[in-house]
Design a protein around this ligand. Sequence first.
Ligand SMILES: Nc1ncnc2c1ncn2[C@@H]1O[C@H](COP(=O)(O)OP(=O)(O)OP(=O)(O)O)[C@@H](O)[C@H]1O
Length: 245
Amino acid sequence: MNELPLKMEGVSFHYKAGEAGIDQVGLECSTGSWTAVMGPSGAGKTTLLYCASGLLPVQQGSVEIAGQNIARMKESALTRMRRDHIGFVFQDYNLVEAFTCLQNVMLPQLFGGPKVGVAQSLQALKILGLDGYAQQYPSDISGGQRQRVAIARALVAQPDMIFADEPTGALDTRSSEMVLDALSTLVESGRTVLMVTHDPNVAAWAQRTVFLVDGTVHSICQGYTAEQLSTHLTSMTQVGQGVGR
Ligand SMILES: Nc1ncnc2c1ncn2[C@@H]1O[C@H](COP(=O)(O)OP(=O)(O)OP(=O)(O)O)[C@@H](O)[C@H]1O
């Protein structure tokens, strides 16, 4: 069995008929790859991520995660799929404030996810530079540390796919680097990451960047530097505004 962790074919979603969304998006992510999604504001980046992860229902096309088409799944099966195969790292961290960092890392098993031991969870916190923070509560730590707790949770749950939406959005440069290092650790351990970002410096950490314009895939750039991505994004923005068409 050698299924792609993520395969999207002809995926369309519109919030209202004839209005903005995404159109006929195709995207394949191979195991252990890191893909960034960039594009002008309103291009459909978050919509793509939500369709890929089953948070929005696909109206046309198919989305396969680990070989299973989620576009036609019932909600209960989709919930199981998310629990067993998907990790989310979003800008608002998704931590439970009433739980310690350690409890947050162990959270997925409360919902029937894979059994994760205390030692394994402490090790994940350690890998993410959070040694000594296990008994702290989210309200007592910084944004970057909170984000790394969310990544530690993704690390122990070992999902096939990790969806990240502006994972460094609210962080300073040093915290951003620690979070991106943490995502690198996940990718090196064979996880697959699809990440939306508006920041070329963040996208440059990924192996390739998909550019969306007006809800469709405009181009895919492999191995670009932050500067090259920035230049490309500027030209996209002009395309998005109708210049250069
Ligand atoms: N809940 C919604 N209802 C209606 N329209 C929406 C909704 N969410 C997003 N849109 C519209 O769909 C389009 C794509 O939005 P999306 O958030 O996916 O873009 P984006 O590329 O992530 O934008 P940004 O970079 O500004 O976050 C935009 O025109 C947006 O206004």
